[in-house]
Every structure is written in C-alpha cells, then in structure tokens.
Design a protein. Sequence first.
Length: 481
Amino acid sequence: MERLFEYSEENLPLYIFEEISRIPRESGNETEIRDFLIQRAQDKGFEAIYDEANNVIIKKPGSKGYEDYPPIILQAHMDMVCEKLITSEHDFRYDPIELVVDGDMIRAEGTTLGADDGIGVALGMSVLESDDFSHPPLELLFTAEEETSFHGAESINGKLFKGHRVINLDFSEDDKIVVGSCGGVGMKVKLLVQKERIVRENGKAWEISITGMPGGHSGEDVNKGYGSAIQLMTRVLRQLLRQFDIGLVSLKGGSNRLALARECKAVVLTYADLLPTLKKMQQIFINEYGEVTSDLEISVKQVEVDGLKYSGDGFDRIMTLLTLFPDGIMQMNGAFPGVVGSSINMGIVDERDGQFYIEAEIRGDRVSTILDIAEKVAHLVEIKGGTWEKFRNYAPWQYNPESQLCKKAMEVYEATFGEIMIPMVLHAGLECSLLGDNISNMDAIAIGPNMWNCHSPNERLSISSTKKVWRYLKLLLGELR
C-alpha cells in the first residue's frame, strides 16, 4: 500500500497516525488498537501493559543524565467519534479511515478523521520511538472510551504511576495551552406519546430532510454559529403547523450527543403542498447560516408509510418539548473572556423503546451551573409528562494559576517560536478532570496541533502544525527536570 508519509524524524507522528488510521477504534471497540500499541512498544523493548478497562500503559526510561528526574505522564485517548456523511457506506467496525491530503490538511473521505485523538496517540508513540531528544522517565497512558463514558480515565490505578506532571495530548490549537476544562453530564429524556393508526384522511406521507449543516464538537464549536439541524427542523414543523393540517409519523435527527446535529428527517402526513413553504424556510436558513455552510438544503419527497402516527396531543407535546428545550450557550466564562462557561447540546432526537427520545450533553465550568441546567431540563420534561436520567457525570478540571508545568511550557514555547503561548480553559471535557482523582498532586496541561471540526466528517488536521507540536514537545520534555 502506498504511504502518504515517509518514515522520518520530522514525519514520525504523521507516519504513525497513518498506521493508526487503518485500525477501527470506535468507542468500546479498542481491542485492536490496544494490541497494536502494546505490540509496537514491546517490539522496541519497552514495558507495556493494559488494565481491565483497556487502558494502555507504556514506560520509557529517562535518557542519559535524566534517569533520576521525576517522570512525566503523556496521555491521549485511543477511541474516536464515528460520524459519516449520509451518502457514506463506511463501516466503522471494520473499515480503515481513508485519509486524503489536501495541501497542508489531512481529512477523511466522508467520515470523521479521528485526529481527535489519534494524533495525540501518534505523538505519544513518537516520543516512545524517537531517540532524537533528551527526556525524563516517561509514562505513556492511552485511555479507552473517552468519547462515550470516560470509563478508561475513571478506572486508572494511580499506583501504576510515579509521575504527577501530566501532558495531555488532546487539544486542537498549537499556540494555546489548556489549563482547565469543563465538566459535564449526559441526559436521556423519554416521552411516552400516544399513537393512532394512519388512515387515508390523514393525507400523503412526505419525508422532509434537512442536510448540510456543519456539525462539529458540541463544546469547542458551540460558539461558532454552526447551528443544529434538529433546531431547524423544529422551526420548520412549527411553520407547517401554522399553515397546514399535518400529522407526524417520525422524527429523527443527530447521531451523537457530543456532536452538533448535521442532519434531521421528519415524516409528516398532509394533503397540502409543502414545497413553497419549505423553499421559503430554506432561504431563511441560508440567510442565517450562509457564512458557515454552503451545503444547507431542505428537501422533500413522497414516501410510503404503514402503521401509526403520533396523536394530535402527542405531536403537540413533542413540539412543546422541542421548542422549549434549552440548546446552545447558556453562560459565558467570567474569568476567561470569550470562553463559553456553560452550554447544552440536543444531539439526538429519535424514537426508542416506543417512546420519543432526546439525548443531550450539558457542559459547564462549575458543577453548580451543570446542575442548574439539568434541573431546568428535568422540570420541563416532567411538566410534559416525560422521564429523564443523567449519565456520564464528570467534574470540571479547575484552573491552577500556580502550575509550574504551565509556566515552564510557556517559557519553552516563547523561547522556541518567539511568541507568547496563550493559556486557556476549554469548553470540552478532558480526562485531566478524572486523572486528578487518581494521580496525587497532579499538575497538568494540554497541548496539540491545529484541528478543525472534530466530531464531524469535516474534521481536518494541519500537517505543518503537527510537525510544529512534535518539535515543541521534544524541546519541552528536554526542559522538564
């Protein structure tokens, strides 16, 4: 097979990332990537194990003169968010990611790229394989199921590590350094809605589709104006209800609560001509979102349905819930201007177990704000007669202004590139918040190369930025005594 990147010191993270991309690694399906990393490390003579949660731990002795310095923990996660275009036939359980190089960018063909956090794993493995720099003893930690449950990070046995300084490699801007991140909780909402048999008088069945929204990471991209196909479909249905007599057969949108919804479909019943209204709504949405997407489209086609539709009261309850459900930015961060403080993303709407279903992710830089948003959702759901449950609860990683690791990292960056590295807190969940529970006196930072549109088929990784971060990481490790 022809390689995109040759094996060289400069290209080492890109070369390894290309190899990693051949291995399916959907959350919960990390066995193959786990075994690949273990075998690669052992083949080069390093101690490598995995634990009951499928976390991989690899240790590399310090280089000459650095043997007795305190160890550094390098951490990344093995799994990836698996999103694809509606036209893609990619099977994430078996198929390799098809990489495409466009100038300085790497993307995937119709799917998420998996640079989040495959490039972090590749940087860690590059540190393991390279002898081109000085470094203290290194403890590499590659965690499992970060994108779904944080199960790997929360299962870490801190006794396996001697280091307390952690460099997380799960970030996407090369001139910034993360010193804190939000916490979060998932919410599952179910609404038992009465259904009734479809009869001829209900009208013909029409499938309305909204496609072409940018998608993206529900935390990092929530302030970029990308919008949500679920929210747009809610507006479309409200407008149709104002104009016509329609019934609802089904509503399905989004595929991951951690991603902004790119697509949404609704099947409605009516004898009315919907096309003029849908064209007007499409133009309204293009006016609103034309700066972030040129692919937005509302399409409609007649379909055959047989069975049940939501009752009139049920349709009304669904629409009230969707219309009033909080979504997007809730509060900004007072300490870091321009950074989101709390948000909620309605990432999935569907029907599950015979009930209308919503799955959302709440994020916040304070536990209190997370709980407040969850309480608002719970109250709304209960008013409409639904049920809810919270899951995958994790606390924020609080900013430590006295971090010596951050201070040294910023000094090395400025000395190397002649620019000041910008410290920031991230509106996304990083595993540092959980590692701190198991690693005593943790002092942590997060760094990484430039990436865009993570959790989306539009995900891209900069080649030059990856090389920059690789160079910087080696220099930084050489200064950590």
